[in-house]
Design a protein around this ligand. Structure first.
Ligand code: HEM
Length: 424
């Protein structure tokens, strides 16, 4: 079964994600009519589109059968894919971080930082994260009742936290934010390096490659510094790690920094902005949350489901397989559609309603299985602490204009959430 062309073109179109409704409608159609079918969007190699929650988990559970690294791990147009392979000596990846790896490398590289991201080890960061969150809540109060919550607060707070964890000095944070937005917003004329609509894929790729190059130059210096003088930060952990007694492959180490410095804040920022947007539009739920802060964890879990900032990851079948009764051939490319899994009517009652007390809430926004988000506990802690600080001081909040979503098909969410509020 092949997906109608219009729907296939929609699910790769950054503008459909910026629209919100267009992408929701496309996934709703697919879940109902063709839950696992092949798409042949113009400009892309064909791939299977996995839209049901259970199928996403089934594919992710079998990480030796469905690989991350054999082809591009995120949606990549055919022409760009060819150019990346030319640039990278045959490899389909511009970087080689955990999400481009399979075992045995994946497990070995993940182990290096896994311990640092466990809840019991993150606990010691909570007081410092609270101090940072309080600073941002004060900043919001100082704004005097109106701000763009995305631009002024939510894009800066998780950035500050992860940069401190990583060991990047505060003065370099604007540069890290800009590079991240260029990378994830490469199809958004307001955010990308070209400052324009990307018409020519080769020019778009050159701009992205330049951004990756800037990250690498920055982290090269940092690695050398941490090898000379190790500190108590993630950068030192990566710089001085060994696998089987050998230092890390240099490119993989650079990619490790890049994923922490990008996925480590943009995901949480988008989610935080989306949570505020959702609550600003629902005064009854805001009132309930204020009256009962023990609802903060379930409100946040619902926010993560609602926003689902990571829109997909790709997998490649390493052997002939079957999913949802559909034969998948060895070498086939597959798109795991997390926003669709998180609106699956078979798992979530009223999936298009935002409910702060939704329980259970077994969303797949952090993925599943061996590659499940390494930073999920950090992301949750940051958001919980921010809301614990903000909620007691926020008397009222409403939208002060129309929020806008980023034009992108990989990691994205609201880029502007104008609000009016009262605080004490
Ligand atoms: C992987 C989502 C926050 C670091 C992932 C994946 C998703 C995701 C969907 C892929 C999982 C899979 O393939 O099964 C999110 C969301 C976040 C968030 C929704 C916040 C709301 C963070 C934070 C960090 C982080 C704060 C901090 C460093 C990573 C890393 C991976 C990853 C390193 C790769 C893991 C691997 O392949 O083994 N994340 N993430 N993420 N995330 Fe997050």
């Amino acid at each position: 079964m092949t997906i109608p062309q219009e729907i296939a073109d929609t699910i790769v179109d950054p503008k459909a994600y910026a629209d919100g409704k267009r992408i929701d409608d496309a996934f709703s159609f697919l879940r109902k009519e063709m839950p696992l079918a092949q798409a042949t969007p113009t400009d892309y190699d064909p791939f299977w589109v996995v839209t049901k929650h259970a199928d996403i988990q089934e594919v992710e559970r079998q990480n030796d059968l469905f690989h991350n690294g054999d082809r591009a791990a995120t949606l990549t147009p055919r022409e760009v894919d060819q150019k990346v392979r030319e640039m990278m000596g045959g490899s389909p990846h511009l970087v080689r971080s955990l999400v481009q790896m399979d075992n045995p490398d994946h497990m070995a590289y993940r182990r290096i930082t896994q311990g640092a991201f466990l809840p019991q080890n993150l606990r010691k960061l909570e007081d410092r994260i609270r101090e940072i969150a309080r600073g941002f809540v004060d900043r919001m109060a100082e704004k005097g009742g109106t701000c763009d919550f995305a631009r002024d607060i939510s894009f800066l707070y998780p950035l500050h936290v992860i940069m401190e964890v990583l060991g990047v000095p505060e003065v370099d944070e604007p540069r890290m934010l800009k590079l991240t937005q260029e990378l994830f917003g490469s199809a958004d004329p307001e955010l990308n390096r070209l400052g324009a609509e990307v018409k020519d894929p080769a020019a778009g790729l050159a701009a992205v490659a330049e951004t990756v190059g800037e990250f690498i130059t920055y982290f090269n210096e940092m690695t050398e510094d941490r090898r000379r003088k190790p500190r108590e930060d993630l950068a030192s952990l990566i710089a001085n790690a060994t696998i089987d007694g050998q230092p890390l492959d240099h490119f993989a180490a650079m990619s490790y920094y890049i994923i922490a410095a990008t996925a480590g804040h943009d995901t949480t920022s988008n989610t935080t902005a989306g949570g505020l947007w959702a609550i600003a539009e629902r005064p009854d739920q805001f009132k309930r949350l204020k009256a009962d802060p023990s609802l903060i964890p379930s409100f946040l879990e619902e926010t993560i489901r609602w926003v689902t900032p990571v829109k997909h990851f790709m997998r490649t079948a390493t052997a002939d397989a079957e999913v949802h009764g559909q034969k998948i051939a060895k070498g086939d490319w597959m798109m795991l559609c997390y926003p669709s899994g998180n609106r699956d009517e078979d798992v979530f009652a009223d999936p298009f309603e935002f409910k702060i007390d939704r329980s259970p809430n077994k969303h797949v926004a952090f993925g599943y299985g061996a590659h499940v988000c390494l930073g999920q506990h950090l992301g949750r802690m940051e958001m919980r602490v921010l809301w614990e600080e903000l909620l007691p001081r926020l008397e009222s909040v409403e939208l002060n204009g129309t929020p806008r979503l980023m034009q992108a098909n990989f990691v994205c969410g609201p880029k502007s959430v104008p609000i009016r509020y009262k605080m004490h």
